[in-house]
Ligand binder design. Structure first.
Ligand SMILES: [Zn+2]
Ligand SMILES: [Zn+2]
Length: 314
């Protein structure tokens, strides 16, 4: 299995990242892709990919950080990161309400960085081209959900940062890894508007997809793959959603499905309430296999192939 989206680059793993990687390997996870949410966590994702053979990186600026791209604001966001880390404990206990709590804010890092407003895109490009193990631009997109530890960032700023990164991915011929929450209509509008900037084949994937069938169909029509996480095992609907993830998975063709964990978030049942790790992508695959009525092995083979093709991993 492949975990196409997780955050071993986040503070939550600073003590046992090596152990988590070994555990995942033993559980049958052949490849792990760590994703950045701003420059410093992207840099960390690349460093991990350069250290471990079976790790790859996706670099980008999450919509939660679209308003923190000047040097001073970045320093402020680091302080917020510290607060968010302590809020993480609450998140885990209160997960009925919060599914994907402020993942952009969890990557606190003590390292200062030089990403003033003019240069952040250049820095990101430098990072994206610094290693062959960078396989995509993400997580980028729009997020209109009001989180406990992250308010809604000015949508026009979110769009500006999203579009700039779509253009960068085009220049670098890399696929997109999209983060969206309660913003599917606007995301699809932007992607459709910039269709000429998307890769004709395998333009990218929607990570941790949520939305209705109409949004799903539009994403599929544009050629995107759909990522599922441990929250597919949760009963009921996430706040503000109208369609269950199981129903979304039923409609999504097998050749468009990829598996992910979004670790440390979205821990699948029966481990819900504890920190998520890449090894748990196995449970996501098993749940999807049941929905699709195929064996776990078939699901493993198909999703692994889908992910390798999308990210050009040989
Ligand atoms: Zn996300
Ligand atoms: Zn994420």
């Amino acid at each position: 299995m492949i975990d196409v989206h997780c955050h071993l680059n986040f503070h939550a793993f600073h003590k046992d990242v090596d152990e988590c990687i070994q555990d995942a390997k033993q559980a049958g996870v052949s490849i792990i892709i760590n994703v950045g949410t701003k420059l410093d966590s992207s840099e960390k994702a690349v460093a991990l990919a350069n250290t471990y053979e079976n790790l790859y990186a996706i670099v980008g600026v999450h919509p939660h950080h679209a308003d923190k791209l000047t040097l001073n604001q970045e320093a402020r966001s680091m302080n917020q990161g510290e607060i968010a880390t302590s809020a993480f404990g609450q998140t885990r206990n209160d997960e009925n309400v919060i599914l994907n709590e402020s993942e952009g804010s969890q990557d606190s890092s003590a390292e200062p960085q030089n990403d003033n407003h003019e240069d952040w895109l250049k820095e990101l490009e430098k990072l994206a081209t610094s290693s062959k193990k960078v396989v995509g631009i993400g997580e980028i997109g729009l997020d209109y959900f009001q989180y406990q530890s992250n308010g809604i960032v000015d949508p026009s700023l979110q769009k500006e940062v999203f579009e700039a990164q779509i253009a960068l991915a085009h220049t670098l011929k890399l696929p997109l890894q999209i983060h969206g929450r309660h913003a599917g209509v606007d995301i699809l509008e932007i992607l459709t508007h910039h269709k000429n900037l998307l890769r004709p084949e395998n333009p990218g994937m929607f990570h941790c997809f949520a939305g209705d069938i109409e949004i799903l169909k539009k994403a599929l029509d544009l050629g995107f793959l759909i990522g599922f996480d441990g929250n597919i095992t949760y009963p009921g609907l996430a706040p503000g959603e109208t369609t269950s993830l199981s129903d979304i998975a039923r409609v999504t063709p097998l050749e468009r499905i990829v598996t992910e964990t979004d670790s440390p978030f979205l821990t699948p049942i029966p481990y819900r309430g504890s920190r998520n790790t890449p090894s748990r992508v196995i449970l996501v695959g098993e749940f999807l296999a049941k929905i699709k009525g195929i064996s776990n092995e078939e699901m493993d083979i198909i999703t692994t192939e889908n992910a390798k093709k999308l990210f050009t991993i040989l």
